[in-house]
Design a protein around this ligand. Structure first.
Ligand code: B12
Ligand code: SF4
Length: 479
């Protein structure tokens, strides 16, 4: 079968999930390709490739775009009779999207085994509607199949097919850091994140938290490094510092076999002096660390983080002591939050003295406990179609105090600058109250670009590719 993955986001941080899916499909003898670009190009690629299956990775907020694009492809190229399949976090937590026109199947949870089984069944024309993990549309109605057991041994999966992206888009290959996902899942239950919901989805079906062996990860990296420019590595696992022994083995082997600087996501309360040293010796150039809220009640009761202020600031000190740069990550505009409470988050981030203070505006993702709380408390209506496509512009919530919405949205744009320049902090309330959102957005983008270039990226790209990348960002406005 020919499977065409379709991606309209020009993401330089491409999604790793579809690389794993392509790896599994190819190993089993199917053909795969990625169409990467704008809507007009897709029709040409689809017409030329003639796929049997159209495959989409969807996150909430971007789902409408892909549903419409799929309908357009089906409408304009009806002779193909292609079968459309949606997967990824939105499909997992909002499988009701199967009811949308032209959506043929929706995958819940991990797809390597499930998608292969569906494609094999389609190839043999044998009961495809009975494929585990899938909700499938049939002339008799929607079939909702149960979730299969998780893959226990991640190393049993074929290597991800990185060429899927690089063949489709040489610019991504030239300019972007190479992305890997060594550890799957996270044991914590933060209420805004998808992990607690997926734990429930997989209850009794195996452990959600699993790691590849260090050797599998390094073999995969070597494959990429020998064939592609690899100057920087992003380890995008949710929490990279979960397993201290794994990290020690990685520290021993990665510098010799790969030796390229990397970044990873770390959980503050797990960071010890020894762990920070291990990360540094392995080659960690910078780490992203969740701070989330500066108000203990929001951080630990509402968000269920379970971090003390001391754990957060001490992790920052330890990472810095070992020469690792830090991006702190905060959420502003939490359900019920006031402007003054959001300012506390900026202050806690500032105490960490980060190399960049990143912040998001809270976005209620479907079937998370916090989105449910926000719905029950009347902060939003629960319709995922109103979840905005990114958390950098506006809040989707109603606020307790009139005026706080606009001030918190402005605070979000000024967050990094306020953390960086203490002299600005006494002016935070006044600045956030001014109707200067467009200017603040511009400053926010320029400051992020500056921090990336000067502090976070260990390599430079040529002027031509730099301009091409900037144009893409402007066209698509994200990643
Ligand atoms: C790295 C990362 C990013 C990176 C890379 C982009 C990406 N989408 O991967 C960046 C920083 C760019 C990013 C951006 C965003 N992200 Co993000 N990101 C992640 C993270 C941490 C890892 C993704 C990953 O590689 N997973 C590992 C692979 C193996 O799993 P997977 O992607 O789920 O794929 C498997 C299954 O879902 C399934 N599957 C996936 N696609 C398909 C397709 C088909 C056809 C089938 C059958 C199956 C299938 O099979 C795959 C293999 O098992 C996840 C959390 C997570 N652990 O997944 C959040 C996560 C996906 N991000 C999230 C969000 C909210 C965003 C943003 C919207 C944030 C924003 N800017 O506002 C954007 C959206 C970007 C976009 N265009 O989609 C949420 C999504 C929630 C939701 N309901 O949609 C997540 C789940 C985090 C969370 N805490 O809840 N993200
Ligand atoms: S620690 Fe991070 S990845 Fe883990 S559950 Fe909390 S927010 Fe999600």
């Amino acid at each position: 079968m020919r499977i065409l993955f379709i991606r309209d986001d020009y993401v330089l941080w491409y999604p790793v999930g579809i690389l794993y899916l392509s790896g599994s499909l190819r190993k089993a003898g199917h053909e795969t390709r990625l169409a990467y670009g704008n809507h007009a190009d897709f029709l040409d690629v689809v017409a030329e490739y003639k796929p049997n299956v159209l495959a989409y990775y969807v996150t909430t907020g971007f789902h409408r775009k892909y549903i419409s694009l799929n309908s357009r492809i089906k409408r304009e190229l009806p002779e193909l009779n292609a079968f459309s399949v949606f997967g990824g976090p939105h499909a997992t937590f909002f499988p009701e999207m199967i009811e949308e026109p032209d959506v043929d199947a929706v995958c819940r949870g991990e797809g390597e085994i499930a998608f292969l089984e569906l494609v094999d069944r389609l190839a043999k024309n044998s009961d495809y509607e009975k494929s585990p993990n899938f909700w499938v549309k049939t002339p008799q109605g929607i079939v909702k199949n149960p979730i299969a057991h998780l893959v226990e041994d991640l190393d049993s999966l074929p290597y991800p097919d990185h060429d899927l992206v690089y063949n489709a888009d040489p610019l991504t290959d030239r300019v972007s850091a190479k992305v890997f996902f060594p550890i799957r899942g996270c044991p914590y239950k933060c209420t805004y994140c998808f992990n607690h919901s997926i734990h429930k989805l997989y209850e009794g079906k195996g452990s959600w938290v699993r790691a590849h062996s260090v050797d599998y990860v390094l073999n995969d990296m070597e494959r990429v490094k020998t064939a592609h420019p690899m100057k920087f590595v992003r380890l995008v696992s949710d929490t990279f510092n979960l397993i201290p022994e794994w990290l020690e083995e990685f520290r021993d082997k990665y510098p010799k076999r790969i030796g390229v600087p990397f970044t990873a996501n770390v959980r503050a309360k797990l960071v010890t002096d020894r762990m920070a040293r291990n990360l540094a010796e392995a080659g960690c150039m910078w780490a992203c660390m969740g701070v989330e809220s500066g108000v203990d009640w929001y951080r630990n009761e509402l968000l269920k983080r379970g971090d003390t202020r001391e754990q957060i600031t001490s992790a920052a000190k330890l990472l810095h002591k070992h020469g690792i740069r830090i991006i702190t990550q905060n959420i502003v505009g939490l359900p019920g939050e006031t402007f003054e409470e959001a300012l506390e988050s900026m202050k806690l981030a500032a105490e960490c003295e980060p190399d960049y203070a990143w912040a998001a505006i809270y976005t209620p993702y479907p079937r998370t406990d916090l989105a449910e709380y926000a719905r029950k408390e009347g902060y939003y209506d629960g319709n995922p179609d109103f979840v905005l496509k990114d958390f950098y512009t506006q809040s989707a919530l109603k606020f307790r105090r009139p005026g706080d919405k606009a001030r918190i949205e402005n605070l979000h744009k000024l967050f990094g600058l306020l953390v960086e320049f203490p002299a600005l902090r006494p002016l935070a309330g006044t600045l956030a109250g001014l109707p200067l959102t467009t200017l603040y957005s511009l400053l926010h983008t320029v400051w992020w670009g500056y921090a990336q270039n000067k502090r976070l990226m260990p390599y430079k790209i040529g002027m031509g590719d730099y301009m091409r990348t900037v144009i893409r960002f402007m066209q698509k406005c994200h990643y």
